[in-house]
Write a protein that binds this ligand. Structure first.
Ligand SMILES: O=C(O)CCC(=O)C(=O)O
Ligand SMILES: [Fe+2]
Length: 357
């Protein structure tokens, strides 16, 4: 069997700053995008302050009393923003052992009945705590972090366009106004079996690219990426880096040339914190547009030149019955959180929950 990646490449974004080193970076990035689908970025220019403030906030947030957490429960929000407790999510048919707060770019809810239902995914955050000081700290730390990550995402996308030799404006035309951030806590496993499922094997489906901060010290392990030989490769904590991985929509628009690599998190005897930032995809993006916009750049390299269905790409968006990215996202969210579906999306709940036959 041909050997596949055994470690995750580190891309030093400082190389982009000099015309002498930029081509080296682009070459390394091309390799990481087309052969691995997972990478680290260092010298990313996200401020130390934004990162350390967020890291400091994490334990405080998860130590809030259960009532304060429940007051911002995700089931209050038609935008699927808020707190979800351990056990509220399953991946690959097994319960995940993690709790999380989900936030997004702060935007008003502008949905009304004349607009597509998926426009209701956009809306304001639920900020925890009745204490006005704590609440305002959470809001400013998370808000600033989202802002800085939005900028990193755009800088990175510019480099991706250059590395893949595709027009930057076409790549940027897929972006949403709303990006999502999850603050995740994997509690220490109490079971005798030292290894459990933090989150099961998956490809990221909620965004375009994921920029992940592994917020625990380096001796806390857990994240693993799957190579083509079926080996789980550790993705250790590297200080001052973000882990970057490809989401399913990007695999679609690159015709499978850049693969969304499967990954998972094992829970263990130590608690772990992580913070994935999901760069958002425009909700009204249609399958046709996603498939056709960059076709000319990828068709020669694509593993299957047939245009008929993208059969080689494992994408619920492509395979599903719904034409827009927004609607397939709404379906995914409703299926994972049926209580929210029941409360806010009763008219489509049955259809979305029972449409896989
Ligand atoms: O916690 C991590 O390190 C990764 C989490 C993850 O893969 C996800 O939430 O999509
Ligand atoms: Fe993920």
């Amino acid at each position: 069997m041909a050997s596949d990646f055994q470690s995750i490449p580190v891309i030093d974004l400082a190389l982009a700053k000099s015309p002498a080193t930029r081509p080296i970076l682009l070459q390394q990035l091309h390799h990481a995008l087309t052969r691995v689908g997972f990478l680290y970025v260092s010298n990313h220019d996200v401020s130390q302050e934004a990162i350390s403030d967020l890291k400091q906030l994490l334990p405080q947030l998860f130590e809030l009393d259960p009532r304060s957490k429940d007051e911002v429960n995700l089931h209050n929000s038609p935008h699927f923003l808020g707190y979800s407790q351990v056990g509220s999510e399953t991946t690959a048919g097994v319960e995940d052992k993690r709790e999380q707060f989900e936030f997004a770019t702060e935007l008003p809810n502008t949905w009304d009945a004349d607009k597509p239902l998926y426009e209701r995914l956009k809306g304001p955050n639920q900020w925890p705590s009745h204490d006005p000081v704590i609440r305002s700290v959470i809001r400013s730390v998370v808000g600033r972090y989202i802002e800085e990550m939005t900028q990193l995402g755009e800088r990175f996308l510019q480099l991706v366009a250059e590395a893949l030799e595709i027009p930057t404006d076409k790549l940027f035309s897929f972006l949403s106004d709303q990006h999502r951030l999850k603050l995740v806590h994997y509690p220490a496993s109490e079971s005798i079996d030292p290894v459990g499922q933090g989150v099961g094997p998956h490809k990221d489906s909620s965004g375009w690219w994921t920029f992940l901060l592994q917020a625990s010290p380096p001796h806390v392990k857990g994240l693993q990426a799957l190579n083509k030989n079926g080996e789980w490769i550790h993705v250790p904590v590297l200080q001052n880096t973000f882990v970057v991985n490809i989401g399913q929509a990007f695999e679609v628009v690159t015709h499978g040339v850049c693969k969304a690599t499967t990954h998972r998190v094992l829970s263990g005897p130590l608690e772990r914190y992580s913070v994935p930032f999901f760069q958002g995809v425009r909700r009204n993006l249609t399958k046709e547009e996603a498939w056709e916009t960059l076709q000319e750049y990828f068709i020669a390299e694509s593993t299957s030149p047939a245009l008929d269905a993208g059969a080689h790409i494992d994408s619920a968006f492509l395979r599903g019955k719904y034409d827009t990215w927004g609607e397939s996202q709404l379906r995914t969210k409703i299926r994972s959180h049926q209580d929210v579906g029941h409360k806010f999306y009763a008219e489509v709940l049955d259809q979305y929950v029972n449409d896989d036959v």
